[in-house]
Design a protein around this ligand. Structure first.
Ligand SMILES: NC(=O)c1ccc[n+]([C@@H]2O[C@H](COP(=O)([O-])OP(=O)(O)OC[C@H]3O[C@@H](n4cnc5c(N)ncnc54)[C@H](O)[C@@H]3O)[C@@H](O)[C@H]2O)c1
Length: 356
């Protein structure tokens, strides 16, 4: 291929630092511009990465720059929907960070724009490329655990002002809910592991959920990394959500987000099939061995973006563009993950299960 795909980085903060590193490293892409508000954040992102490229604080102008093929959206979540719609209308392929939208109507508008433009999308559910997850998915698809019937995933992390995104992420208006702002990774993992194929996420058909916890509105907060308790801004939504999901293939799922647990980040995974069991790195497949085996792959041990497999995710987006293939993690698929989160919010209001 002669010409590289041009990439416009949008955001320029924490997650964008990893988008930048991965696009720089991909042999088929080159970063041609960075857009950030305020402009100094885009400029800082360029300087840190050693990139001499134009910086913008006007997204419309940045999209008009010649040579942009891919837009990599790493802005705060309330901007993702409109920025996706604008990028699609400009004919660009798009990496959309999670959560991709704040409401079901935003999801519909994004799908309409992306379908009309026929551009490729990948949503930021980067754990699909985690080495342990990939190994488990491969074993599962080969039948190592038999027919799956139950999956459980958790996002456990005491989110307080140690987290750079806490000031906005803790609010109902901008963060939305614990499940939307961070737990969406666990919802996506639930669908991913409930799907039978190696590159297949299960389709949710019914949802029931409770929210709870003790932190809502309280100013006292904990820092799991220093062990310190202090006063700070409160969570505006419940710190605990538990969702039950029925999938179209008959698998039952339970996903939980917990911003109240007195511990740092953990991402437990449980998978049960009629021939085997997975508990994080431990697998039991009695047809092969009566003992639990340990998988040694890197798991979801950290929430630090430096630990996440953005290179593999971004290589996948580039492959999809070059080979004209749809991603298993495209916008349409991400909508199914977000539908579970929004259905749970309906349950909290009505106390009734929601059919999807
Ligand atoms: N996939 C993952 O594992 C992962 C990890 C971290 C963050 N994220 C997601 O990435 C997004 C950004 O998070 P972050 O931690 O990088 O935040 P951040 O605050 O570090 O960076 C956001 C950047 O966006 C810029 N910005 C704000 N408004 C803008 C606008 N209207 N147009 C252009 N730029 C604008 C800011 O200047 C800032 O540099 C969030 O949605 C977050 O959930 C995903």
């Amino acid at each position: 291929m002669s010409k590289k795909l041009g990439v416009l980085i949008v955001g320029g903060g924490w997650v964008s630092s990893q988008h930048v590193a991965a696009f720089k490293n991909n042999p088929h892409t080159e970063i041609v511009g960075i857009c950030g508000v305020p402009l100094c954040n885009a400029q800082k992102c360029a300087t840190t990465a050693g990139l001499d490229v134009p910086c913008f604080d006007n997204y419309e102008q940045a999209l008009k720059m010649p040579g942009v093929d891919i837009v990599s959206i790493g802005t705060p979540q309330e901007f993702h929907a409109q920025q996706t719609i604008d990028a699609a209308r400009a004919g660009k392929h798009i990496l959309i960070e999670k959560p991709v939208a704040q409401t079901p109507s935003e999801l519909r508008a994004m799908q309409e724009a992306v379908h009309a433009a026929r551009v490729k999308t990948v949503a930021g559910f980067v754990l699909r490329w985690n080495p342990l997850f990939q190994h488990i998915k491969k074993l599962s698809a080969e039948g190592a655990f038999g027919a799956l019937y139950r999956v459980e995933t958790d996002y456990q992390s005491y989110q307080s002002d140690w987290w750079g995104g806490y000031t906005t992420g803790r609010t109902k208006e901008r963060g939305g809910s614990a499940m939307l702002v961070a737990g969406c990774h666990a919802v996506d993992a639930l669908r991913w592991f409930a799907g039978a194929g190696e590159f297949e996420a299960a389709i949710p058909v019914e949802v029931f959920a409770y929210s709870g916890g003790k932190r809502l509105g309280k100013t006292e907060q904990y820092n799991p990394y220093t062990g310190d308790w202090h006063d700070g801004l409160p969570l505006e939504y419940p710190g605990l959500e538990m969702i039950l999901v029925k999938f179209s293939n008959g698998v039952l799922g339970r996903v939980c987000v917990d911003f109240e647990c007195i511990q740092s980040y953990a991402f437990p995974v449980r998978i049960f099939g009629d021939r085997g069991t997975v508990k994080d790195h431990q697998i039991l497949c009695p047809q092969k061995s009566k003992e639990w085996q340990t998988l040694t792959d890197i798991g979801p041990e950290s929430s630090d973006v430096k630990h996440h497999p953005f290179q593999a995710e971004i290589n996948h987006l580039v492959d999809c563009i070059l080979t004209d293939n749809e991603s298993h993690c495209n916008l349409d698929d991400a909508v199914l993950t977000h539908n579970i989160i929004f259905a749970a919010q309906t349950c909290y209001r009505t106390g009734m299960p929601v059919q999807l």
